[in-house]
Design a protein around this ligand. Structure first.
Ligand SMILES: Nc1ncnc2c1ncn2[C@@H]1O[C@H](COP(=O)(O)OP(=O)(O)OP(=O)(O)O)[C@@H](O)[C@H]1O
Ligand SMILES: [Mg+2]
Length: 250
């Protein structure tokens, strides 16, 4: 197995609080990996370190063996690291299709400017619609974001992230706010991705986590507490004591 994304002794402190403690972690090529742990365990902070939103206090981040610790956020996106945010970050004045169009246009270098109005490249429109169809959003392509229920907005965010065609996909609570009857749309969309893409999901929905993951890392107080297959993690009494006992099952 090839390591796609890797951290070595990564730490991050916020003043006196050590939010990430000496985390050495590997996301393999083709990984279907979940990161779980109690509220405040440092899961989002860890994703922020991977994406360059935050700079670590110590340690390294490597992409395919290259040290990217000092590489800034926008550059990491270009290198193929994409993420969704725990909080909604859509252009609320635009339609669903326009939101996805913008992301794909940016990727293919067809971003609109003042001389070239948006929404004109047919190939970009086609790819956007294909993606929306995959996420069961095609029927609402022309709706404005504020008209949509929150769960649908989260799926639009996922569409935008997939539109970047990432090598590494980092999903911070993609199912939060999505009705559980629709969470399969997220997993189906991941299933439809090229197999070599590495996917890391953070979620508190253990039903989703255990359906999705081939490997699970448990983070507690910023440090790796346990790591293994879903079977190993599910059967680990220490993990059950610190987290699984209180986490949502379904
Ligand atoms: N920018 C910041 N400044 C100061 N403290 C922060 C900052 N970001 C996060 N923290 C703190 O770091 C710790 C880890 O937070 P983080 O958001 O990474 O947890 P989490 O595992 O994602 O939690 P949740 O499951 O609730 O989303 C928390 O104690 C949080 O209050
Ligand atoms: Mg979080």
């Amino acid at each position: 197995m090839t390591a796609l994304l890797e951290t070595r002794s990564l730490s991050k402190s916020f003043g006196a609080l050590l939010a990430t403690r000496d985390v050495s972690f590997t996301l393999e090529e083709g990984a279907r990996h979940a990161l779980i742990g109690p509220n405040g365990a440092g899961k989002t902070t860890f994703i922020n370190l991977l994406t360059g939103v935050l700079a670590p206090s110590a340690g390294e981040v490597l992409l395919k063996g290259h040290d990217i610790t000092q590489v800034e956020q926008a550059e990491r996106v270009k290198l193929g690291i994409a993420r969704t945010f725990q909080i909604n970050r859509l252009f609320r004045g635009l339609t669903v299709l326009e939101n996805v169009y913008m992301a794909i246009a940016e990727r293919v270098g067809a971003a609109p400017d003042m001389f070239r109005p948006a929404g004109k490249r047919q190939d970009v429109i086609d790819e956007s619609m294909e993606l929306l169809t995959r996420l069961k959003l095609a029927d609402i392509a022309h709706k404005a974001i504020p008209e949509l229920p929150y769960g649908r907005q989260r799926l639009v965010e996922l569409a935008i992230t997939l539109g970047l065609k990432p090598q590494v996909l980092l999903l911070d609570e993609p199912a939060a706010g999505v009705p559980s009857a629709e969470s399969h749309i997220i997993l189906d969309a991941i299933d439809a991705l090229p197999k070599n893409i590495g996917v890391l999901i953070i979620d508190h929905d253990m039903d989703l986590v255990f359906r999705f993951a081939k490997k699970i890392t448990v983070l507690v107080r910023g440090a790796v507490f346990a790591e293994g297959t879903p079977k190993e993690i599910g059967a680990n009494p220490d993990v059950r004591a610190v987290y699984l006992g209180q986490a949502a099952h379904g």
